[in-house]
Design a protein around this ligand. Structure first.
Ligand code: ASP
Length: 470
């Protein structure tokens, strides 16, 4: 019998999981699903996450110590960062273009949008930020000001939401106030064991591993050889672990999806309702993410690696994409991302072990597109026309927010507070898009992971190290 490929099995698991969630909602079995099925999804994410840190550590040390020429590392680093920056800006650019053309926020009832706007002007005054550009007009003109009292009620509601968010806003603010060099400071661990034990400290682990690997090249081979053998041996064990976990991935993905969808709402009708209200926004963002994944990336790959066909490209990387969709976390997907790129695309370990972990941490094209689209949508919803200067600010802060987002579910939503604040909008508005965020997060994580795989393929090609497609 022909063996079913792993990505097909994962898709089957995924679809069965969604199907199960709908069945369990309509039959009233959600409590069962959440108590007895969902925990296996959590186990899956935990397994992948605990493998990620040691895998990154040992594969970077192994990769760097195997380099014959250390200057290559500098060159790789430069190219990688440049490619990550360009793809991120491209993604925000496409997102902004789409949201300005489709204008999903304008599709809401105009009266409601005017009320939203007046609520926003009141919020600005309460926070001593003065009226916005044409804001006074909204407060004085009887055509608009007749909504003043109703807007105060809405405003009160959004104030309540804001109180819930205050803690998060404070932590984002604290990040903004620190020195511009803080991000470099944060990359250097002050305790390597603490760095290894915190899942959010991947850049510190990368820094340590590169430093360790380079130093190992500088010591006599009689000392370095046994370490290299151990490092490569341990690496092989972790890679095998990924293999074993992936064998069970279709089952785990079923549990994960069943749990996520069952937790979203009690009945299938409710899930549907959640999406209707924010449908035009969700569709706009979804189209942008789709465009990136199925048009822009394949075109870039075709341009630089002409021998890799469209189908080939997806066959190589789809297991990681499906996993990104199911887990909503680039960090949890990282072990499989590395496996796909090394084994299927043929990128050498010395490149992938360095480019991919950095990418999982800082390169999030899907997230940057989401930040741009969501902020402009929220402005449209509040009858606010953003100026070109404000939109340019959004490009930069959306890129920064995506770099700063942790590679875990919903991290991008929290960072959006910073983007909203950068153009003087109310950070409490993140609550508006919260109901649909989990599903959109799954989609943007696919883009985040795909972007990393594309860049690592291009870097390998540019180094003349992609024999399979030369
Ligand atoms: N979940 C995303 C990731 O892990 C980050 C985000 O946009 O929330 O890549």
């Amino acid at each position: 019998m022909k063996k079913i490929p792993i990505h097909t099995k994962i898709v089957i698991g995924l679809l069965l999981g969604i199907g199960w969630a709908f069945l369990s909602s309509s039959m009233g079995w959600n409590a069962f699903t959440i108590r007895w099925i969902d925990p296996f999804g959590t186990i899956f994410i935990r397994l992948l996450k605990f493998i990620a840190v040691p895998l990154v550590l040992f594969s970077i040390i192994g990769g760097v110590s195997g380099l014959r020429d250390v200057s290559k590392l500098g060159r790789l680093g430069g190219k990688t960062l440049l490619a990550y920056m360009l793809t991120t800006l491209l993604a925000v650019g496409i997102g902004l273009l789409l949201v300005n053309i489709v204008k999903p926020g304008n599709q809401m009832d105009e009266e409601q949008r005017i009320k939203n706007r007046i609520g926003y002007e009141i919020w600005l005054q309460d926070n001593n930020m003065g009226p916005s550009q044409d804001g006074q007009h909204f407060l004085d003109d009887p055509q608009y000001s007749k909504y003043l009292s109703e807007s105060q009620v809405t405003q009160q509601q959004s104030e309540n939401q804001k109180n819930d968010l205050t803690q998060k806003i404070k932590s984002v603010d604290a990040q903004k106030e620190s020195s511009p060099l803080q991000f470099i400071v944060d990359m250097v661990p002050d305790n390597i064991f603490a760095a290894l034990s915190g899942n959010g400290l991947m850049l510190q682990v990368i820094f340590f591993a590169i430093f360790f690997g380079i130093t190992m090249i500088m010591i006599p081979t009689e000392h370095s050889e046994p370490i290299i053998a151990v490092v490569n041996g341990i690496n092989a064990v972790f890679l095998k672990m990924v293999d074993l976990v992936m064998k069970a991935a279709p089952f785990f993905v079923f549990c994960l999806l069943a749990g996520v969808v069952a937790k979203m709402a009690d009945t299938p009708g409710e899930v549907f309702e959640i999406f209707v209200g924010l449908g035009s926004y969700s569709l706009t963002l979804f189209s942008g993410l789709f465009l990136l994944t199925f048009v822009v990336y394949p075109l870039i790959v075709k341009l630089f690696v002409p021998k890799m066909g469209f189908k080939d490209f997806y066959k190589n990387i789809s297991p990681a994409q499906f996993l990104a969709f199911s887990t909503s976390s680039s960090a949890a997907t990282l072990p499989v991302t590395m496996e796909c790129v090394e084994e299927n695309v043929g990128v050498p370990k010395s490149i992938s072990s360095f480019v991919l972990p950095i990418g999982a941490t800082i390169n999030m094209d899907g997230t940057s597109m989401f930040e741009g689209v969501a902020v402009v949508f929220l402005a449209q919803l509040h009858f606010i026309d953003l100026t070109i200067a404000q939109q340019l600010t959004i490009v930069l802060t959306a890129a920064a927010a995506s770099i700063g987002s942790a590679a875990i579910p919903s991290a991008g939503l929290i960072m959006m507070i910073m983007v909203l604040q950068s153009v003087g909008l109310n950070p409490a508005w993140v609550a508006i898009i919260f109901p649909v965020d989990r599903i959109l997060d799954m989609c943007r994580t696919v883009v985040n992971v795909t972007g990393d795989m594309v860049v690592s393929t291009l870097i390998a090609k540019s180094e003349g190290e992609l024999p399979k497609y030369s």
